[in-house]
Design a protein around this ligand. Sequence first.
Ligand code: NAD
Length: 494
Amino acid sequence: MSHKLYKNLIGGEWVAAKTGKTFLNSSPANKNDVVGEFQSSGADDVDAAVKAAAEAFKTWRLVPAPKRAEILYRAGHLLEQRKEQYAKDMTREMGKVLAETRGDVQEAIDTAYYMAGEGRRLFGQTTPSELPNKFAMSVRMPVGVCGMIAPWNFPMAIPSWKLFPALVCGNTCVIKPAEDTPLSTFNLVQTLIDAGLPKGVVNIVTGFGPEAGAPLVEHPGVHAVSFTGSSEVGRLVGQVAAANFKPCSLEMGGKNAMIVLDDANLDLALDGAVWGAFGTTGQRCTATSRIILHKSIAAEFTEKLVARAKALKVGDGLDESVEMGPQVNEQQIETSTKYCEVAQQEGAKLLCGGKRLTEGAYANGTFFAPTVFSEVKPEMRIAQEEVFGPVVSLIECSSFDEALEIANSIKYGLSTALYSRNVNNAYRAIRDLEAGITYINAPTIGAEVHLPFGGVKQTGNGHREGGTGALDFYTTWKSVYVDYSDKLQRAQID
Ligand code: NAD
Protein backbone atom coordinates (compact mmCIF):
# COMPACT_ATOMS: atom_id res chain seq x y z
CA MET A 1 0.00 0.00 0.00
CA SER A 2 1.37 3.42 -0.86
CA HIS A 3 1.85 5.87 1.95
CA LYS A 4 1.97 9.63 2.23
CA LEU A 5 5.18 11.64 2.51
CA TYR A 6 5.08 14.35 5.18
CA LYS A 7 7.48 17.28 5.22
CA ASN A 8 8.61 19.66 7.93
CA LEU A 9 6.62 22.84 8.43
CA ILE A 10 8.99 25.80 8.41
CA GLY A 11 7.86 29.39 7.98
CA GLY A 12 4.51 28.19 6.68
CA GLU A 13 6.04 26.03 3.92
CA TRP A 14 6.25 22.25 3.75
CA VAL A 15 9.91 21.45 3.19
CA ALA A 16 12.07 18.34 3.02
CA ALA A 17 14.81 17.89 5.62
CA LYS A 18 18.25 19.08 4.57
CA THR A 19 19.61 15.73 5.70
CA GLY A 20 17.82 14.12 2.74
CA LYS A 21 16.70 11.36 5.12
CA THR A 22 13.22 10.12 6.02
CA PHE A 23 11.77 7.45 8.29
CA LEU A 24 8.64 5.31 8.19
CA ASN A 25 5.97 5.46 10.87
CA SER A 26 4.12 2.15 11.07
CA SER A 27 1.25 0.88 13.16
CA PRO A 28 2.13 -1.01 16.36
CA ALA A 29 -0.89 -3.27 15.74
CA ASN A 30 0.54 -4.29 12.37
CA LYS A 31 4.05 -3.30 11.37
CA ASN A 32 3.16 -3.78 7.69
CA ASP A 33 0.65 -0.93 7.92
CA VAL A 34 2.75 2.16 7.14
CA VAL A 35 1.06 5.29 8.45
CA GLY A 36 3.38 7.71 6.71
CA GLU A 37 6.91 8.71 5.78
CA PHE A 38 8.38 11.59 7.77
CA GLN A 39 11.48 13.76 7.60
CA SER A 40 14.48 12.66 9.65
CA SER A 41 15.70 16.16 10.44
CA GLY A 42 19.00 17.47 11.72
CA ALA A 43 20.50 20.63 13.22
CA ASP A 44 20.23 22.64 9.98
CA ASP A 45 16.48 21.99 9.79
CA VAL A 46 16.07 23.01 13.42
CA ASP A 47 18.05 26.16 12.72
CA ALA A 48 15.79 27.10 9.81
CA ALA A 49 12.69 26.48 11.94
CA VAL A 50 14.00 28.58 14.83
CA LYS A 51 14.83 31.44 12.45
CA ALA A 52 11.31 31.26 10.97
CA ALA A 53 9.82 31.33 14.48
CA ALA A 54 12.00 34.32 15.42
CA GLU A 55 10.82 36.22 12.34
CA ALA A 56 7.16 35.42 13.07
CA PHE A 57 7.57 36.50 16.69
CA LYS A 58 8.15 40.09 15.57
CA THR A 59 4.52 40.40 14.50
CA TRP A 60 2.73 37.65 16.47
CA ARG A 61 3.66 39.21 19.83
CA LEU A 62 1.86 42.40 18.74
CA VAL A 63 -1.42 40.66 17.81
CA PRO A 64 -3.85 41.40 20.68
CA ALA A 65 -4.26 38.34 22.88
CA PRO A 66 -8.07 38.17 22.32
CA LYS A 67 -7.37 37.98 18.57
CA ARG A 68 -4.75 35.26 19.06
CA ALA A 69 -7.36 33.46 21.14
CA GLU A 70 -9.92 33.57 18.33
CA ILE A 71 -7.61 31.33 16.29
CA LEU A 72 -7.56 28.86 19.19
CA TYR A 73 -11.38 28.90 19.40
CA ARG A 74 -11.58 28.13 15.70
CA ALA A 75 -8.95 25.39 16.01
CA GLY A 76 -10.93 23.87 18.88
CA HIS A 77 -14.05 23.89 16.73
CA LEU A 78 -12.20 22.23 13.83
CA LEU A 79 -10.84 19.60 16.19
CA GLU A 80 -14.40 18.82 17.26
CA GLN A 81 -15.42 18.38 13.64
CA ARG A 82 -12.41 16.19 12.84
CA LYS A 83 -12.31 14.30 16.13
CA GLU A 84 -13.23 10.90 14.73
CA GLN A 85 -10.70 10.98 11.89
CA TYR A 86 -7.90 12.26 14.11
CA ALA A 87 -8.71 9.60 16.74
CA LYS A 88 -8.47 6.88 14.08
CA ASP A 89 -5.17 8.27 12.79
CA MET A 90 -3.86 8.28 16.35
CA THR A 91 -4.94 4.71 17.11
CA ARG A 92 -3.28 3.62 13.89
CA GLU A 93 0.03 5.31 14.65
CA MET A 94 0.19 4.75 18.40
CA GLY A 95 -2.02 1.79 19.24
CA LYS A 96 -4.30 2.86 22.09
CA VAL A 97 -7.97 2.02 21.70
CA LEU A 98 -10.37 4.39 19.94
CA ALA A 99 -12.23 5.40 23.11
CA GLU A 100 -8.90 6.65 24.45
CA THR A 101 -7.70 8.38 21.30
CA ARG A 102 -11.06 10.17 21.15
CA GLY A 103 -10.28 11.25 24.70
CA ASP A 104 -6.83 12.42 23.62
CA VAL A 105 -8.32 14.62 20.88
CA GLN A 106 -10.95 15.83 23.38
CA GLU A 107 -8.15 16.91 25.70
CA ALA A 108 -6.77 19.08 22.90
CA ILE A 109 -10.26 20.53 22.35
CA ASP A 110 -10.63 21.29 26.06
CA THR A 111 -7.18 22.89 26.11
CA ALA A 112 -8.01 25.00 23.04
CA TYR A 113 -11.13 26.40 24.68
CA TYR A 114 -9.53 26.88 28.09
CA MET A 115 -6.50 28.67 26.68
CA ALA A 116 -8.62 30.69 24.25
CA GLY A 117 -10.46 32.02 27.30
CA GLU A 118 -7.13 33.23 28.60
CA GLY A 119 -6.96 35.61 25.64
CA ARG A 120 -9.32 37.88 27.57
CA ARG A 121 -7.67 37.27 30.94
CA LEU A 122 -3.89 36.81 31.08
CA PHE A 123 -4.24 38.70 34.33
CA GLY A 124 -1.42 40.67 35.87
CA GLN A 125 -1.60 42.70 39.05
CA THR A 126 -2.13 46.34 39.85
CA THR A 127 -0.85 47.40 43.22
CA PRO A 128 -0.28 50.72 45.04
CA SER A 129 3.07 52.43 44.77
CA GLU A 130 4.77 53.53 48.00
CA LEU A 131 5.28 56.96 46.41
CA PRO A 132 2.62 59.59 45.64
CA ASN A 133 1.47 60.13 42.06
CA LYS A 134 2.95 56.87 40.93
CA PHE A 135 1.21 53.84 39.42
CA ALA A 136 2.46 50.24 39.69
CA MET A 137 1.44 47.10 37.82
CA SER A 138 2.80 43.84 36.53
CA VAL A 139 2.09 42.47 33.06
CA ARG A 140 2.75 39.12 31.39
CA MET A 141 5.15 39.27 28.45
CA PRO A 142 5.75 36.45 25.95
CA VAL A 143 9.02 34.58 26.32
CA GLY A 144 9.88 34.45 22.60
CA VAL A 145 10.66 31.31 20.59
CA CYS A 146 9.67 28.17 22.50
CA GLY A 147 11.19 24.77 21.71
CA MET A 148 8.91 21.81 22.45
CA ILE A 149 9.75 18.11 22.63
CA ALA A 150 6.90 15.63 23.06
CA PRO A 151 6.50 11.93 23.86
CA TRP A 152 4.30 9.46 21.98
CA ASN A 153 1.79 8.39 24.61
CA PHE A 154 -0.51 11.44 24.34
CA PRO A 155 0.34 12.42 20.77
CA MET A 156 -2.16 15.28 20.46
CA ALA A 157 -3.03 16.19 24.05
CA ILE A 158 0.56 16.85 25.13
CA PRO A 159 1.47 18.98 22.08
CA SER A 160 -1.76 20.93 22.73
CA TRP A 161 -0.75 21.51 26.37
CA LYS A 162 2.43 23.08 25.05
CA LEU A 163 1.31 24.90 21.88
CA PHE A 164 -2.00 26.46 22.94
CA PRO A 165 -0.85 28.29 26.08
CA ALA A 166 2.38 29.34 24.34
CA LEU A 167 0.40 30.79 21.44
CA VAL A 168 -2.19 32.70 23.44
CA CYS A 169 0.65 34.26 25.42
CA GLY A 170 2.21 35.58 22.17
CA ASN A 171 5.10 33.14 21.70
CA THR A 172 6.13 31.37 18.52
CA CYS A 173 6.99 27.67 18.54
CA VAL A 174 9.14 24.93 17.10
CA ILE A 175 7.84 21.49 18.02
CA LYS A 176 9.57 18.15 17.60
CA PRO A 177 7.02 15.36 17.98
CA ALA A 178 8.00 11.88 19.14
CA GLU A 179 9.29 9.73 16.29
CA ASP A 180 6.46 7.21 16.86
CA THR A 181 3.61 9.72 16.60
CA PRO A 182 4.33 12.66 14.28
CA LEU A 183 1.01 12.41 12.41
CA SER A 184 -1.07 13.52 15.39
CA THR A 185 1.05 16.66 15.74
CA PHE A 186 0.54 17.36 12.01
CA ASN A 187 -3.22 16.95 12.49
CA LEU A 188 -3.21 19.30 15.48
CA VAL A 189 -1.17 21.96 13.71
CA GLN A 190 -3.29 21.61 10.55
CA THR A 191 -6.30 22.79 12.57
CA LEU A 192 -4.31 25.87 13.63
CA ILE A 193 -3.34 26.59 10.02
CA ASP A 194 -6.95 26.17 8.88
CA ALA A 195 -8.03 28.42 11.75
CA GLY A 196 -5.86 31.22 10.35
CA LEU A 197 -2.57 30.95 12.23
CA PRO A 198 0.01 33.16 10.46
CA LYS A 199 3.01 31.54 8.77
CA GLY A 200 5.98 30.72 10.96
CA VAL A 201 4.14 30.98 14.28
CA VAL A 202 4.24 27.18 14.66
CA ASN A 203 6.94 25.13 12.98
CA ILE A 204 7.27 21.34 12.99
CA VAL A 205 10.55 19.51 12.71
CA THR A 206 10.26 15.71 12.81
CA GLY A 207 13.01 13.26 13.59
CA PHE A 208 14.89 11.46 16.32
CA GLY A 209 15.95 12.76 19.72
CA PRO A 210 19.71 13.15 19.42
CA GLU A 211 19.57 14.49 15.82
CA ALA A 212 16.50 16.74 15.93
CA GLY A 213 15.64 17.17 19.63
CA ALA A 214 19.07 18.00 21.03
CA PRO A 215 19.78 20.85 18.55
CA LEU A 216 16.46 22.44 19.49
CA VAL A 217 17.41 22.50 23.16
CA GLU A 218 20.90 23.83 22.37
CA HIS A 219 19.86 26.49 19.85
CA PRO A 220 20.66 30.00 21.15
CA GLY A 221 17.56 31.36 19.38
CA VAL A 222 15.25 29.20 21.53
CA HIS A 223 14.25 31.13 24.65
CA ALA A 224 12.39 28.42 26.56
CA VAL A 225 12.23 24.63 26.34
CA SER A 226 9.26 22.45 27.23
CA PHE A 227 10.04 18.74 27.43
CA THR A 228 7.84 15.76 28.27
CA GLY A 229 9.41 12.32 28.25
CA SER A 230 11.64 10.03 30.24
CA SER A 231 13.70 11.16 33.22
CA GLU A 232 16.91 10.00 31.50
CA VAL A 233 16.40 12.30 28.51
CA GLY A 234 14.89 15.03 30.71
CA ARG A 235 18.09 15.17 32.72
CA LEU A 236 20.11 15.79 29.53
CA VAL A 237 17.66 18.42 28.31
CA GLY A 238 17.67 20.16 31.68
CA GLN A 239 21.46 20.24 31.86
CA VAL A 240 21.82 21.82 28.42
CA ALA A 241 19.08 24.36 29.14
CA ALA A 242 20.62 25.24 32.50
CA ALA A 243 24.02 25.85 30.92
CA ASN A 244 22.36 28.48 28.73
CA PHE A 245 20.10 29.88 31.50
CA LYS A 246 16.99 28.91 29.53
CA PRO A 247 13.69 28.39 31.32
CA CYS A 248 13.01 24.68 30.95
CA SER A 249 9.90 22.73 31.92
CA LEU A 250 10.50 19.01 32.45
CA GLU A 251 7.58 16.58 32.81
CA MET A 252 8.93 13.08 33.28
CA GLY A 253 8.33 9.61 34.63
CA GLY A 254 6.17 8.15 37.37
CA LYS A 255 5.72 5.06 39.52
CA ASN A 256 2.24 5.78 40.67
CA ALA A 257 0.65 4.09 43.65
CA MET A 258 -2.96 3.31 44.44
CA ILE A 259 -3.67 2.54 48.10
CA VAL A 260 -6.69 0.34 48.84
CA LEU A 261 -7.64 0.27 52.53
CA ASP A 262 -9.88 -2.23 54.34
CA ASP A 263 -12.80 0.24 54.39
CA ALA A 264 -12.72 0.86 50.62
CA ASN A 265 -15.51 0.07 48.20
CA LEU A 266 -13.66 -2.89 46.71
CA ASP A 267 -15.58 -3.10 43.46
CA LEU A 268 -14.95 0.58 42.82
CA ALA A 269 -11.26 0.13 43.62
CA LEU A 270 -11.13 -2.82 41.26
CA ASP A 271 -12.62 -0.83 38.39
CA GLY A 272 -10.08 1.90 39.13
CA ALA A 273 -7.19 -0.56 39.23
CA VAL A 274 -8.06 -2.14 35.87
CA TRP A 275 -8.45 1.26 34.21
CA GLY A 276 -5.40 2.78 35.91
CA ALA A 277 -3.06 -0.15 35.24
CA PHE A 278 -4.13 -1.26 31.77
CA GLY A 279 -5.60 1.89 30.20
CA THR A 280 -3.29 3.08 27.38
CA THR A 281 -1.64 -0.35 27.80
CA GLY A 282 -0.01 0.97 30.98
CA GLN A 283 1.85 3.58 28.94
CA ARG A 284 0.72 6.66 30.82
CA CYS A 285 3.08 8.68 32.96
CA THR A 286 0.25 8.49 35.54
CA ALA A 287 -0.42 4.73 35.08
CA THR A 288 -1.21 2.78 38.24
CA SER A 289 1.88 0.62 38.50
CA ARG A 290 1.80 -0.17 42.24
CA ILE A 291 -1.29 -1.17 44.20
CA ILE A 292 -0.78 -1.10 47.94
CA LEU A 293 -3.36 -3.39 49.51
CA HIS A 294 -4.40 -3.65 53.14
CA LYS A 295 -3.65 -7.27 54.04
CA SER A 296 -7.25 -7.94 55.16
CA ILE A 297 -8.63 -7.34 51.65
CA ALA A 298 -5.54 -8.36 49.65
CA ALA A 299 -6.56 -11.94 48.82
CA GLU A 300 -10.05 -11.06 47.59
CA PHE A 301 -8.84 -8.02 45.62
CA THR A 302 -5.97 -9.95 44.04
CA GLU A 303 -8.17 -12.80 42.88
CA LYS A 304 -10.69 -10.43 41.31
CA LEU A 305 -8.01 -8.25 39.67
CA VAL A 306 -6.30 -11.25 38.07
CA ALA A 307 -9.64 -12.47 36.72
CA ARG A 308 -10.33 -9.04 35.23
CA ALA A 309 -6.81 -8.77 33.75
CA LYS A 310 -7.06 -12.21 32.13
CA ALA A 311 -10.44 -11.32 30.64
CA LEU A 312 -9.28 -8.10 28.97
CA LYS A 313 -9.62 -8.22 25.21
CA VAL A 314 -6.25 -7.29 23.71
CA GLY A 315 -5.98 -6.40 20.04
CA ASP A 316 -6.02 -3.72 17.37
CA GLY A 317 -7.34 -0.53 18.95
CA LEU A 318 -9.37 0.25 15.81
CA ASP A 319 -11.68 -2.65 16.73
CA GLU A 320 -14.30 -1.05 19.04
CA SER A 321 -14.61 -4.24 21.11
CA VAL A 322 -10.90 -4.27 22.02
CA GLU A 323 -10.08 -3.08 25.56
CA MET A 324 -6.28 -2.87 25.40
CA GLY A 325 -4.16 -2.08 22.36
CA PRO A 326 -0.51 -2.93 21.60
CA GLN A 327 2.55 -1.34 23.16
CA VAL A 328 3.94 1.41 20.98
CA ASN A 329 7.11 -0.29 19.70
CA GLU A 330 9.62 -3.15 20.05
CA GLN A 331 11.66 -1.21 22.59
CA GLN A 332 8.68 -0.95 24.96
CA ILE A 333 8.07 -4.71 24.58
CA GLU A 334 11.70 -5.35 25.46
CA THR A 335 11.38 -3.17 28.56
CA SER A 336 8.22 -4.94 29.74
CA THR A 337 9.82 -8.35 29.09
CA LYS A 338 12.97 -7.38 30.96
CA TYR A 339 11.08 -6.14 34.01
CA CYS A 340 8.98 -9.30 34.14
CA GLU A 341 12.20 -11.33 34.29
CA VAL A 342 13.79 -9.06 36.90
CA ALA A 343 10.64 -9.17 39.06
CA GLN A 344 10.65 -12.95 39.14
CA GLN A 345 14.38 -13.10 39.85
CA GLU A 346 13.78 -10.80 42.82
CA GLY A 347 11.04 -13.07 44.18
CA ALA A 348 7.81 -11.47 42.97
CA LYS A 349 5.08 -13.92 41.98
CA LEU A 350 3.72 -13.74 38.43
CA LEU A 351 -0.06 -14.22 38.57
CA CYS A 352 -0.90 -13.59 34.92
CA GLY A 353 0.61 -12.31 31.67
CA GLY A 354 4.35 -11.66 31.81
CA LYS A 355 4.92 -12.23 28.12
CA ARG A 356 4.56 -10.90 24.62
CA LEU A 357 1.56 -12.10 22.62
CA THR A 358 2.65 -13.52 19.28
CA GLU A 359 0.02 -15.90 17.98
CA GLY A 360 -2.46 -15.27 15.14
CA ALA A 361 -3.60 -11.67 14.88
CA TYR A 362 -0.83 -10.64 17.27
CA ALA A 363 1.95 -11.85 14.98
CA ASN A 364 2.74 -8.54 13.25
CA GLY A 365 2.24 -6.26 16.22
CA THR A 366 3.81 -5.37 19.55
CA PHE A 367 1.29 -6.85 21.98
CA PHE A 368 1.96 -7.67 25.63
CA ALA A 369 -0.36 -9.58 27.95
CA PRO A 370 -1.90 -7.74 30.93
CA THR A 371 0.42 -8.66 33.79
CA VAL A 372 -0.06 -8.82 37.56
CA PHE A 373 2.66 -9.51 40.15
CA SER A 374 1.97 -10.26 43.80
CA GLU A 375 4.33 -10.63 46.78
CA VAL A 376 6.14 -7.51 45.62
CA LYS A 377 8.33 -5.78 48.22
CA PRO A 378 8.61 -1.99 48.13
CA GLU A 379 12.36 -2.05 47.48
CA MET A 380 12.23 -4.39 44.47
CA ARG A 381 13.08 -2.87 41.09
CA ILE A 382 9.60 -3.72 39.79
CA ALA A 383 8.25 -1.48 42.58
CA GLN A 384 10.80 1.29 42.09
CA GLU A 385 11.39 1.73 38.35
CA GLU A 386 9.03 2.86 35.62
CA VAL A 387 8.04 -0.03 33.30
CA PHE A 388 5.66 1.90 31.02
CA GLY A 389 3.75 -1.21 30.05
CA PRO A 390 0.70 -3.22 31.20
CA VAL A 391 2.45 -4.50 34.32
CA VAL A 392 1.13 -3.89 37.82
CA SER A 393 2.68 -4.79 41.18
CA LEU A 394 0.70 -5.67 44.29
CA ILE A 395 2.27 -4.77 47.64
CA GLU A 396 0.66 -5.66 50.98
CA CYS A 397 0.56 -3.36 54.01
CA SER A 398 -0.69 -3.63 57.60
CA SER A 399 -1.76 -0.03 58.20
CA PHE A 400 -2.47 3.29 56.53
CA ASP A 401 0.79 4.68 57.93
CA GLU A 402 2.72 1.88 56.32
CA ALA A 403 0.85 2.37 53.04
CA LEU A 404 1.81 6.05 52.95
CA GLU A 405 5.42 5.16 53.68
CA ILE A 406 5.50 2.62 50.84
CA ALA A 407 3.77 5.01 48.44
CA ASN A 408 6.39 7.67 49.15
CA SER A 409 9.41 5.35 49.01
CA ILE A 410 10.24 6.07 45.36
CA LYS A 411 12.19 8.70 43.45
CA TYR A 412 9.15 9.80 41.43
CA GLY A 413 6.20 11.91 42.55
CA LEU A 414 3.56 12.23 39.84
CA SER A 415 0.18 10.70 40.70
CA THR A 416 -1.35 8.83 43.65
CA ALA A 417 -4.73 7.43 44.61
CA LEU A 418 -6.46 6.41 47.83
CA TYR A 419 -9.52 4.20 48.06
CA SER A 420 -11.13 4.60 51.49
CA ARG A 421 -14.52 5.71 52.83
CA ASN A 422 -12.91 7.42 55.81
CA VAL A 423 -12.71 11.19 55.36
CA ASN A 424 -9.84 11.46 57.83
CA ASN A 425 -7.75 9.09 55.73
CA ALA A 426 -8.65 11.06 52.64
CA TYR A 427 -7.35 14.34 54.03
CA ARG A 428 -4.22 12.68 55.39
CA ALA A 429 -3.54 11.25 51.92
CA ILE A 430 -3.98 14.69 50.37
CA ARG A 431 -1.50 16.11 52.88
CA ASP A 432 1.05 13.30 53.09
CA LEU A 433 1.36 11.68 49.66
CA GLU A 434 4.43 13.09 47.92
CA ALA A 435 3.00 13.71 44.46
CA GLY A 436 1.76 16.45 42.15
CA ILE A 437 -1.65 14.75 41.88
CA THR A 438 -3.76 12.85 44.43
CA TYR A 439 -7.08 11.20 43.63
CA ILE A 440 -9.55 10.07 46.28
CA ASN A 441 -11.68 7.09 45.24
CA ALA A 442 -10.54 7.40 41.63
CA PRO A 443 -7.54 5.87 39.85
CA THR A 444 -4.19 7.60 39.29
CA ILE A 445 -5.15 8.55 35.73
CA GLY A 446 -7.74 11.09 34.63
CA ALA A 447 -6.29 14.61 34.77
CA GLU A 448 -8.44 17.53 33.61
CA VAL A 449 -6.86 20.30 31.56
CA HIS A 450 -7.70 23.28 33.75
CA LEU A 451 -5.81 21.97 36.78
CA PRO A 452 -2.03 22.06 37.12
CA PHE A 453 -0.39 18.88 35.83
CA GLY A 454 3.04 17.71 36.89
CA GLY A 455 4.94 16.11 39.69
CA VAL A 456 7.45 16.47 42.49
CA LYS A 457 10.78 14.72 43.16
CA GLN A 458 12.34 13.29 39.97
CA THR A 459 9.10 13.59 37.98
CA GLY A 460 9.57 17.26 37.29
CA ASN A 461 11.54 20.40 37.95
CA GLY A 462 8.83 22.51 39.50
CA HIS A 463 6.82 23.70 36.51
CA ARG A 464 3.25 22.69 35.69
CA GLU A 465 1.38 22.15 32.45
CA GLY A 466 -2.39 22.72 32.33
CA GLY A 467 -4.27 25.47 34.10
CA THR A 468 -2.59 28.71 35.04
CA GLY A 469 0.72 26.90 35.63
CA ALA A 470 1.22 26.82 31.87
CA LEU A 471 0.75 30.59 31.63
CA ASP A 472 3.45 31.05 34.24
CA PHE A 473 5.87 29.07 32.08
CA TYR A 474 5.03 30.74 28.77
CA THR A 475 5.16 34.29 30.07
CA THR A 476 7.64 36.34 31.96
CA TRP A 477 6.64 39.05 34.41
CA LYS A 478 7.36 42.69 33.73
CA SER A 479 6.87 45.17 36.57
CA VAL A 480 5.86 48.61 35.37
CA TYR A 481 6.10 51.90 37.29
CA VAL A 482 4.49 55.03 35.89
CA ASP A 483 5.46 58.21 37.72
CA TYR A 484 3.12 61.15 37.06
CA SER A 485 4.52 63.44 39.77
CA ASP A 486 6.85 65.32 37.39
CA LYS A 487 9.74 65.04 39.81
CA LEU A 488 12.38 62.51 40.75
CA GLN A 489 11.02 60.22 43.46
CA ARG A 490 13.35 57.72 45.07
CA ALA A 491 11.92 54.45 46.33
CA GLN A 492 13.02 53.49 49.84
CA ILE A 493 14.66 56.93 50.26
CA ASP A 494 12.08 59.71 49.91
P1 NAD B 1 11.75 9.75 25.65
O1 NAD B 1 12.42 10.50 26.74
O2 NAD B 1 12.44 8.58 25.08
O3 NAD B 1 11.43 10.71 24.43
C1 NAD B 1 10.69 11.91 24.60
C2 NAD B 1 11.06 12.86 23.50
O4 NAD B 1 12.42 13.27 23.67
C3 NAD B 1 10.95 12.28 22.08
O5 NAD B 1 10.42 13.26 21.22
C4 NAD B 1 12.40 11.99 21.74
O6 NAD B 1 12.67 12.01 20.36
C5 NAD B 1 13.11 13.12 22.44
N1 NAD B 1 14.53 12.91 22.73
C6 NAD B 1 15.17 11.72 22.90
N2 NAD B 1 16.48 11.94 23.13
C7 NAD B 1 16.68 13.28 23.10
C8 NAD B 1 17.79 14.12 23.30
N3 NAD B 1 19.02 13.63 23.54
N4 NAD B 1 17.63 15.45 23.25
C9 NAD B 1 16.40 15.98 23.02
N5 NAD B 1 15.30 15.23 22.82
C10 NAD B 1 15.43 13.90 22.87
O7 NAD B 1 10.31 9.36 26.22
P2 NAD B 1 9.14 8.56 25.49
O8 NAD B 1 9.52 7.12 25.44
O9 NAD B 1 8.74 9.22 24.23
O10 NAD B 1 7.94 8.77 26.52
C11 NAD B 1 7.79 7.98 27.65
C12 NAD B 1 8.24 8.75 28.88
O11 NAD B 1 7.55 9.98 28.97
C13 NAD B 1 7.90 8.02 30.17
O12 NAD B 1 8.99 8.10 31.04
C14 NAD B 1 6.71 8.80 30.72
O13 NAD B 1 6.54 8.71 32.10
C15 NAD B 1 7.04 10.17 30.28
N6 NAD B 1 5.85 11.01 30.24
C16 NAD B 1 5.71 11.97 31.19
C17 NAD B 1 4.59 12.78 31.21
C18 NAD B 1 4.43 13.85 32.25
O14 NAD B 1 3.72 14.81 31.98
N7 NAD B 1 5.02 13.73 33.41
C19 NAD B 1 3.59 12.60 30.24
C20 NAD B 1 3.77 11.60 29.28
C21 NAD B 1 4.91 10.82 29.29
